[in-house]
Design a protein around this ligand. Structure first.
Ligand code: NAP
Length: 306
């Protein structure tokens, strides 16, 4: 089942146009998710449950920000005293020029999904990669060094971070797929240099033939495209290409069983959606903002029992 709109969403266009932007906010609004679209996200109930549990006097909101509104929105939010942001599609790479400092890990992963704002300066981090690793361990006790991994959509914000994290974590072999494989050339070169050629990295076309040719050689399939967010999206991999020894992690979480999961499950593979990654990337963001342990179980409940 596809989830309904979880939270109210503030439009950046209203925030930018308003002569009195404070009138659009509650006094406690100091943390926000920026994206377009953003209404599908369930970060807001998860982070607000954590804030409440930790007795922190803040509120977390979702703001719909079109690409051309990113610059003015950031200026407004800094001016209004916002303290932390999460960044989702399509801004995870576009945000980089606005940051005063980017963590080494986010620099290596090539995208930023968490920002801490201190003294009007923006500090960027990436919690998608580490969140993905923790989720794999929790779901199936999978560790990267034993895995041959295929990532669909490795040119997107989350896909790049996951691909780089797989190299950082020393996976056995990496297959990166994109509908435009040439967009991956520079990234593959960079990751190969980092691993000094010790981890084979293959570029794959995101087509039926391209995917079919590599499926027998992989243990773990990761969907990092946005395909599957809508019920009418195409199926990326047919059931007959999966086998029962494989694992399929779909980072899309807008439905309990995404179309790709259905396909994998039909073949007897293990499959899950992206809720566990959402939980752990959010928990790490909380830790960065407040320098205290996140209330994981409260956050999990907010996500899984929404
Ligand atoms: P993004 O930066 O916009 O990347 C989207 C990727 O999807 C790009 O690689 C894009 O390819 C690809 N894509 C889009 N439509 C496609 C299609 N019809 N066929 C093939 N590829 C297609 O977005 P993102 O921030 O990485 O997010 C991607 C998805 O992951 C979203 O559903 C988001 O909600 C989810 N997500 C989940 C978590 C989690 O914690 N579970 C975390 C982050 C993101 P091109 O580069 O060729 O356009």
């Amino acid at each position: 089942m596809f989830s309904s709109l979880p939270t109210s969403v503030l439009k950046a266009s209203d925030l930018i146009a308003s002569k009195d932007p404070l009138s659009l906010l509650q006094a406690e609004d100091r943390y926000a998710l920026l994206g377009f679209p953003v209404a599908h996200s369930i970060s807001s109930p998860m982070q607000n449950a954590a804030l409440q549990e930790a007795r922190l006097p803040y509120n977390y909101i979702s703001i719909e920000v079109r690409p051309e509104e990113l610059d003015l929105t950031l200026q407004k939010l800094v001016h209004l005293g916002f303290l932390g942001l999460n960044i989702t599609l399509p801004h995870k790479r576009a945000i980089l020029p606005y940051l005063h400092k980017v963590s080494d890990q986010a620099t290596f992963l090539g995208s930023v999904n968490t920002i801490s704002i201190r003294n009007e300066k923006l500090f960027g981090y990436n919690t998608d990669g580490p969140g993905f690793v923790t989720a794999l361990k929790e779901e199936w006790n999978l560790l990267l060094p034993s895995q041959r991994i295929l990532i669909l959509g490795a040119s997107g914000g989350a896909g790049r971070a996951i691909a780089a994290q797989c190299i950082l974590g020393g996976c056995l072999e990496l297959y990166v797929a994109s509908r435009t494989p040439e967009t991956l050339t520079a990234e593959v070169e960079r990751l190969s240099q980092f691993s000094k050629g010790t981890i084979p990295i293959h570029t794959v076309e995101l087509s039926d033939a391209g995917i079919a040719s590599v499926m027998p050689h992989v243990d773990l399939i990761v969907n990092a495209t946005s395909v599957g967010m809508s019920e009418n999206d195409p199926l990326l991999i047919s059931p007959h290409l999966f086998n029962e020894d494989q694992y399929c992690y779909d980072i899309v979480y807008s439905s309990t069983t995404t179309p790709l999961m259905k396909s994998a499950l039909q073949a007897g593979s293990q499959a899950t959606n992206g809720l566990s990654m959402l939980l752990y990337q959010g928990a790490l963001a909380f830790q960065i903002w407040f320098e205290q342990d996140p209330p994981i179980e409260i956050m999990r409940q907010a996500l899984f029992h929404k």
